[in-house]
Design a protein. Structure first.
Length: 183
């Protein structure tokens, strides 16, 4: 017996869905051990690494796994390890802005908004406190992303730059070009 999953998933035509799951982040107190494990198991390569984060990929995505260091001495047991967040990508910048506005109208507001350089990201918490990142890629190709990393720009804002989502949406609707909206 085959189940038609699509038939059981109502989707209003006004909702723009993500195009893919982008990556997942893992909190850990043992970033070195975790890094070695994921490199071995996934055949991954490191895209970016600092003492607080290790980003790696195994395909054409900018990163599929993000290891995030947490301080063992201060973290509650539930925050010492585990999935940090799941990230979902949108195809176009306007789709992400539209989704932010739809969710805001439903009284679902982001916990944080960050331009990480590689992505523009909106972070939300579900009712149980799990984190969901909705994002759009800021670079059209891996080559352009690598060129950006080579400039050292990511070192000026290691975690990215927070932004006002309402202001970002206003600029977008005013017709500013995407690179200008993101600065």
């Amino acid at each position: 017996m085959t189940v038609d999953v699509a038939a059981h998933m109502p989707k209003p035509t006004s909702v723009i869905s993500p195009v893919k799951i982008s990556h997942y982040g893992i909190r850990t107190t043992r970033i070195g051990i975790m890094k070695d494990w994921y490199l071995t198991v996934l055949g991954a390569a490191i895209v970016f690494e600092s003492d607080k984060v290790c980003l790696m990929t195994f395909d054409d995505e900018h990163h599929r796994v993000a290891l995030i260091h947490v301080d063992d001495a201060h973290a509650p047991v539930s925050e010492k390890g585990g999935i940090e967040h799941v990230a979902m990508s949108y195809a176009r910048f306007g789709d992400l802005v539209s989704t932010y506005e739809r969710l805001k109208a439903a009284d679902i507001k982001p916990d944080a908004t960050v331009n990480h350089g590689p992505t523009t990201s909106f972070y939300y918490s579900d009712p149980d406190g799990n984190h969901l990142e909705l994002l759009v890629d800021n670079f059209a190709s891996i080559e352009k992303l690598q060129a950006w990393f080579e400039t050292g720009a990511h070192e000026r804002h290691p975690g990215g730059k927070p932004f006002d989502p309402g202001e970002l949406a206003r600029k977008f609707h005013a017709g500013e070009r995407e690179p200008e909206v993101l600065t």
